[in-house]
Design a protein around this ligand. Structure first.
Ligand SMILES: Cc1cc2nc3c(=O)[nH]c(=O)nc-3n(C[C@H](O)[C@H](O)[C@H](O)COP(=O)(O)OP(=O)(O)OC[C@H]3O[C@@H](n4cnc5c(N)ncnc54)[C@H](O)[C@@H]3O)c2cc1C
Length: 453
């Protein structure tokens, strides 16, 4: 036997990590060197909330490894073979990455390792079922969520595995944890595996039973907030699914379905990597969008939460303040950008990725495509969310808006969703930047133009 390397990426945890167990078992007494490579390309492309979470999560991981985590800064295809050569390892273990960037990177690393006489071993993935595995009976990929989810449930998944016991960790030279600026204005969640497990346990106790009813209410704390933990692999979906299997009721069923959306979008991206930034439905995607100074000013108002539409502004300010936004409001704000402001969905998706702590290319960009009507599923382009009716329906007492838009804090009840109907416009709060009814008509007109074409 010889030492092995375990390369952490989107799996910053010790429990339920089969690839880590494989590295420990292959190393025997010679020990495992845990490493994280700070690849400048994705690191630079991640916004502040994500880099902050990553840095804190790595610190937590290092603590749980007794200070043995080695950080290397540079290209993985250079850093991993260098480490292998330093410690005389023959095997590097990873959980497979199915995203376009990660998969290509891993192939480069595999090639570079081969020239050092070492091998790359893939065990598991950040998903309960690896992208690409669920297929229709005719072996083609699913394009619609509901049949995919049925096949996904029927396929099933492995049971979680325990953390390695008595592992012998090695410690090579480390480049140190990333120097990430603090974000004093953004209230980010605690990072790391322990925090993730605690958050999920709390949700099982307090949130799951009411989840099916509460999940659409941004004014309530009705969702799990574990998206960031899934993003960094502080918690594996298999761990979640195993807990759900022990519980009955609509809460567990609905929650399982949401986990499946994450898996579905990863599967779509696996089969169509270009769909991260290109519309899946090219015809709808070719709809005319606005550009120029006026469009830029509208984008800025949207991004700053100053559109004059309270539910939109509340969502955009929640995003800036805590790096997270409620799912219902992600849909409303995305619809507003695409269908009220006539801006390309890609522009909004990029902004979300810059500010979301859970920013995930597959879930985010396909979430945007779903709203824009260019993506999977029959989400008709002609469905245009009305920000006032959405606000009144999902934030009926207006508590969500008052929480995030201080200028409206004194407006009581649902009237907060239509400040222009008040006798006096609340001080400091902008007038609506567009007329929703007129923009809806404009969207339908543009849609008819591409449909006719
Ligand atoms: C425009 C838009 C952008 C989005 N961007 C992201 C993103 O960057 N990262 C991200 O993780 N999710 C994204 N989502 C999906 C969803 O909004 C978040 O997963 C959810 O709000 C996270 O909060 P939670 O963990 O409390 O969710 P919960 O309601 O507790 O759901 C549990 C888990 O299920 C998964 N999930 C739930 N809804 C979806 C969904 N619609 N698509 C995919 N997975 C889902 C997530 O992993 C989530 O953590 C986006 C949705 C939209 C409409």
């Amino acid at each position: 036997m010889s030492p092995t390397v375990f390369w952490f990426r989107r799996d910053l945890r010790l429990s339920d990590n089969p690839a880590l167990l494989a590295a420990v078992s292959a190393a025997g007494d010679d020990g495992v060197q845990p490493v994280f490579v700070l690849d400048p390309v994705p690191f630079r492309a991640s916004g502040g909330p994500r880099t902050s979470h990553l840095a804190r999560s790595l610190r937590a991981l290092d603590e749980s490894l007794g200070g043995h985590l080695v950080i290397r800064h540079g290209k993985p295809e250079e850093e991993i073979p260098r480490l292998v050569a330093e410690i005389g390892a023959e095997e590097v273990h990873i959980a497979a990455d199915y995203g376009p960037y990660g998969a290509a990177r891993d192939q480069r690393v595999e090639k570079a390792l081969a020239s050092h006489g070492a091998t790359l071993h893939r065990t598991g993935s950040p998903y309960a079922i690896a992208p690409g595995r669920i297929r229709k009976p005719d072996d083609t990929p699913y394009r619609v969520f509901t049949p995919f989810s049925r096949a996904w449930r029927e396929h099933g998944w492995r049971a979680p595995v325990a953390a390695p016991k008595n592992a012998n960790w090695r410690k090579a030279k480390s480049g140190g944890l990333p120097d990430v600026p603090d974000l004093p204005d953004v209230d980010l969640p605690e990072a790391g595996e322990d925090a993730a497990r605690k958050r999920f346990a709390d949700f099982l106790d307090d949130g799951l039973a009411g989840y099916a009813d509460e999940r659409n209410r941004p004014d309530r704390d009705g969702t799990s907030r574990i998206s960031v933990n899934l993003k960094y692999g502080e918690l594996h979906p298999r761990t979640i699914l195993a807990e759900l299997a022990k519980r009955r009721g609509s809460g567990a069923d609905t929650f399982r379905n949401e986990i499946c959306w994450r898996e579905f979008y990863a599967d779509v991206v696996f089969h169509r990597p270009s769909s991260l930034w290109e519309s899946l439905d090219q015809r709808v995607g070719s709809i005319h969008t606005d550009s120029g100074k006026s469009a830029d000013a509208k984008f800025e108002a949207w991004a700053a939460g100053r559109t004059g539409f309270p539910i939109v502004d509340a969502g955009m300010r929640q995003l800036l303040e805590i790096g997270w936004m409620h799912n219902r409001v992600r849909m409303i704000t995305a619809s507003f950008l695409v269908k009220d402001l006539h801006l390309p969905w890609q522009r909004g998706a990029a902004h979300f990725l810059d500010h979301l702590v859970d920013g995930d290319y597959a879930s985010n960009n396909h979430g945007w495509q779903w709203v824009a009507g260019t993506g999977t599923d029959a989400a008709p382009y002609i469905r245009v969310f009305n920000p006032v009716t959405q606000g009144k329906k999902f934030d009926p007492e207006g508590g969500y808006v008052r929480r995030w838009v201080p200028e409206l804090a004194d407006v009581s009840g649902a009237a907060v969703h239509e400040p222009w109907t008040l006798e006096t416009q609340p001080e400091g709060y902008p007038e609506p930047i567009v007329d929703h009814a007129a923009e809806r008509q404009e969207t339908l007109r543009r849609f008819e133009a591409v449909r006719g074409a």
